[in-house]
Design a protein around this ligand. Sequence first.
Ligand SMILES: O=C(O)CCC(=O)C(=O)O
Length: 405
Amino acid sequence: MANWSGITAEQKTEVNQLVGIIPTRKLPTYDELSYEDFLNDHLIPNKPFILSSKATSYWSASARFRLPTSKDVSKPNLSALRPYAHHIVPVANTLQQQFSEFERTERSLGEVLDLWEKGEGNGLYVKDWHLMAEIEGEGRGVEEVYEVPECFRDDWLNPPYTPHPRLSTSNGGNLSASTSDFRFTYLGPPLTYTPLHRDVYGSYSWSANVVGRKVWWLFPPNKLDRVKDKHGELVFDVRELADEGGGIKILQQEGEIVFVPSGWHHQVVNLDFCISINHNFFSSPTLPRIYDTLCRSQARVEESILDVKEMIIQRLGSTGDAWEKEWVEEVQSLLERDAGWNWRGFWETVAKNVITPPTPSHLRPPVGMRDEWIRDIIERFKLHREWIMLDEVRTAIEKIEVVIS
Ligand SMILES: O=C(O)CCC(=O)C(=O)O
């Protein structure tokens, strides 16, 4: 079977230009990182770092998906992806911008591999492919691809890390073709890219390069002014800016894992044909940030449908709480569509992870710290009308309060 045919001369020049202007790395890079150091030096202060290629050297994906070359960077072994050819994957056409996104389609992975093997589809980027959920849905274990580094296992957004086939469906085991998890695989030729964005819910992410190198631009929340256009909107591609927005620019080598802090904007360009695996996740240290992000999303949603509020009040009158109940429900359903979740989802997620933590205690913050972060958001939430109006939310919070000290 043919394989990926390689980079064109023009692409090579563009890649060389990109690599040529990457400053010396300013982020710490670790061969090993204990959970305690991760918590104190990165999770709590919300600071980025890199895990060296040692972290992925023993992954099955590193052996299966790489075709070694004489250089430090491998070529992709597209034939090794053929067993997944039947998966339907989201594909961004990075040569076709549509407003603030790329044109997106869904296709079988096989169709995209066929194009790449013929030397076509150079702008196509397979993104947000739920490979792990697909593997588990087919009754196998994710050990066929990777092992989640220990420091990242306290993950409140995804099913608990289990290398072998899941035996029960009680904790998200039956995820066939699910779009409800945030464990993604990305595949794309050189120069395909992900525009400037911040991750879902204000989560953290970690991203491992199984094949190829990427360049990253990272922007802490207080450094966003320089990546906005004259209308105050974030630019799509920081390379359009004279100084690329002044963020932290890093070259991620093959095998390395980048940790992106919560709420940090970032942009990523593939320098080689890249196969990468990433998780969006959060855990108790970032609950106050996730909470604030949801409050801001709710304020935006409320602002956008003020006319609906007026209509409800006109219909039901402003005395009594009938109008307010309907308004709160209206906002929650729009919030779910707009932000991906609402207060029910948020508090049920917190309750689930407090009642059944995803990791043993040495891989999560001490209970006292966790409880303080949770108490903080509960106290703040109890000032909201949703605390009174949403019965399931109250039930979830009461379950949490039984567990926290
Ligand atoms: O690799 C990419 O193209 C994007 C990755 C990313 O945005 C992330 O891991 O948060």
